[in-house]
Design a protein around this ligand. Sequence first.
Ligand SMILES: Cc1ncc(COP(=O)(O)O)c(C=O)c1O
Length: 370
Amino acid sequence: MTSNITPRIEINLQKIRHNAKVLKKLYGEKGIQITGVVKGVSANLEVARTLVEAGITSLADSKIANIKKMKTSGLKAKFMLLRTPALSEVKQVVEFADISMNTELEIIQALSAEAIRQNKIHSIIIMVEMGDLREGILKEDAPSFIREVLKLPGIQLAGIGTNFACFGGVIPTEKKMQEFSDFVSEIQQEFHIKLPIVSGGNSANYTWLMKTNDIGLVNNIRIGESILLGRDPASGKIIPGLYPDAFCFFAEIIESKLKPSVSSGIRGRNAFGESVSFEDRGLIRRAIAGVGRQDVWVPGLTPLLPVEILGASSDHIILNTKHIPMKPGDEVAFSLNYGALLSIMTSPYAHKKYLHQSSEKCDSLKKTSA
Ligand SMILES: Cc1ncc(COP(=O)(O)O)c(C=O)c1O
């Protein structure tokens, strides 16, 4: 039987601290300051505090509720809203975010009016589209856009930013990064301004960082995944010297039986509207873990034991445990990708357990009767 609560995510703060320190140094040596992106852990305060302790002075999240949570917790950092605010949230954005990313004049005008109302100056970063086709103004529209922004009271244009490899998977190559810096340089010349922040991307900029001899004007990169999971998302590779296993997820077996591998009866669509098919492997050891799609993006889980995920409904993950007999109360450990981490950390049903030694490891064998 298990003494721990499940579903449970174990969070090794020491490993996260190590990753943050190494990346801060790596980027810092090239003159780039990193902003720690905490949306992958739903701005978990223990993790956010760990990043601040590692020397990160700016934290970012895409949800204003998370920015508010961090700001009101007393964390000593600058807080960046990582997504353009919705018109309906400008009041909170001006109140809690030190800086927000923006792409719409109408919204910046609303931020300006709200900043005046709150007797504040709100800083913004204008996001520019460099090919990934998510957020960003087009480069050709930038001069007229910026001209209007610079007229707005209560708004400080703190910087220009761009984003890669989030929607279109577009890689921040040397050429793209050079184009971005050239563009920023043209804007600075045209408007006779020096922008304090030139924010050139995210964890996917790692390869560029390592290879480039010229970072251009970039002085900031917003980093989430490589701090949390030690990976360069563009290549999928682990960054040398970083921990990829700061998080480990545990689910508990609630049923385990020898059952057929193929369903019986006339088959329609399942609860998620999908048509499923089964390979006939005879009787198999089928175990059910008591967690499902309501809590976790199941395709992002990898079992640490040689068992197979057959599928999942909202509250059940169905496993083929192969040669491993399991019984109710046994735990199954999983490693997670970014999507799985994001979902579990957002789920109120997932219990969080903090580990403080980097030597502490997820050990599924320890937790599972063999
Ligand atoms: C605008 C923006 N910048 C940076 C990040 C951080 O990305 P990553 O976790 O790949 O470092 C994200 C995604 O979370 C984002 O949306």
